[in-house]
Design a protein around this ligand. Structure first.
Ligand code: KG4
Ligand code: ZN
Length: 359
């Protein structure tokens, strides 16, 4: 049984460098001491998306200064860190290697063990960082840039996938639709901001697999439907899609968001019905979406279901969720930290591979 542990977490799977310190105290929910984040969004914006090589190089520049910031903010010294955790996957191989390399070098130099964390488990457990943490069991809707999954979660490492996307993720649907409307990268926040001024019923867009008898998703067809509608409008106006009047772009954005959100809400409700659980946890970048939150809150309230979200600033990638997932794995006895520093990373790594007892 772990007692008191100070866990340093490093996230570097994509375009955000995150570092955090979390304190484990017995069986209480671990406590966030400090976290620091550097987003590379501005650097990648010029290219319309993440450039992996640039991402890796920038993680190298940021990770140690961020670690110093976190130590300073928490008033802890490096010697007080008991475990160094890092994102082992999934993500960009080169970017992951930066975090893994730094974590293992720190661990070896300090004589402290290291622990590789699954990025999606970090998202999944991120609502435990909020002032009102959830309790197990719950249904989780995990909606990130690369993944869309509904899960039954009975405890740390006890994850049963109930349904998932068969093609694009919800975040990808936001990003790709935004790109073709000329809204740039990252598309989710841009599209949802524009959608606030639009009419969600202006365009008829498909709700893929909405009435299927399973909990799977499919978003790949949506971007094509958005493109067809956008091109029709552009042809009628005799202009390029990006040059459409802002009111038309706002209607397209609002209709796209409405299609994605309706499917996510209805499938989440179906998962709650199927499992008979009364608690829903939403995690991942798309969990920041205001319309998704509003609709889930109102539908769940009608059914006596409690909904938990990560704090808004912890919805997208960050180091706090990685330190937290490591802390909870150690606390629950799911994993022990290792003093083998021959690190490897797993760019592709399904979440069910870390089921309790599977490693
Ligand atoms: O979880 P995350 O930071 O990264 C991955 O692990 O993939 O999620 C990023 C995704 C992107 O697709 C981004 O467009 C989307 O989350 N996103 C949003 C919003 N904020 C971020 N999508 C819709 N509305 C938002 N407000
Ligand atoms: Zn993520």
């Amino acid at each position: 049984m772990v007692k008191n542990l100070c866990v340093l977490g490093i996230e570097s799977s994509c375009d955000e460098t995150g570092v955090a310190l979390v304190q484990v105290e017995g069986q209480r929910v671990p406590r966030l001491l400090a976290h620091a984040l550097y987003s590379q969004i501005e650097m990648h914006q010029a290219y319309g998306g993440v450039v992996p090589e640039l991402a890796s190089r920038d993680h190298i520049r940021r990770v140690l200064p961020l670690t110093q910031d976190v130590l300073k903010e928490s008033g802890r010294s490096l010697q007080e860190v008991d475990v160094v955790a890092f994102t082992r996957g999934p993500g960009l191989a080169g970017a992951l290697l930066v975090g893994a390399g730094v974590a293992c070098a720190l661990g070896a130099a300090l004589g402290k063990p290291v622990l590789g964390v699954h990025h999606l488990e970090g998202h999944l457990l991120s609502p435990f960082l909020s002032a009102d943490p959830p309790e197990f069991p719950f249904v989780a809707l995990l909606v990130s840039g690369g993944h869309t999954q509904l899960m039954r979660v009975d405890g740390v490492g006890r994850y049963q996938i109930l349904g998932e996307t068969i093609d694009d993720a919800a975040g990808e649907a936001f990003d790709k639709s935004a790109k073709l409307l000329g809204l740039g990268y990252p598309g989710g926040p841009a599209l949802s901001a524009l959608a606030q001024q639009g009419d969600p019923t202006a365009f008829k867009l498909p709700r893929p697999l909405l009435h299927s008898d399973n909990l799977d998703f499919s978003f790949a067809g949506l971007k094509t439907a958005v493109m067809v509608q956008a091109r029709k409008c552009a042809a009628a106006q005799g202009c390029a899609v990006e040059a459409l009047p802002s009111a038309v772009l706002a209607d397209l954005a609002a209709s796209t968001q409405a299609a994605i959100v309706e499917v996510l809400v209805k499938k989440s409700l179906a998962a709650l019905k199927q499992t008979q659980l009364k608690r829903l946890v939403v995690a991942g970048g798309v969990g920041a979406n205001r319309s998704l939150r509003t609709q889930l809150n109102s539908e769940c309230a009608k059914r006596g279901v409690r909904v938990h979200y990560p704090e808004l600033h912890l919805c997208t990638d960050n180091g706090a969720m990685i330190a937290m997932a490591a802390a909870m794995r150690l606390q629950s006895g799911q994993q022990t930290a290792s003093e083998v520093y021959a690190f490897d990373v797993k760019p592709r790594w399904p979440l069910d591979a870390i089921q309790a007892g599977s490693r």
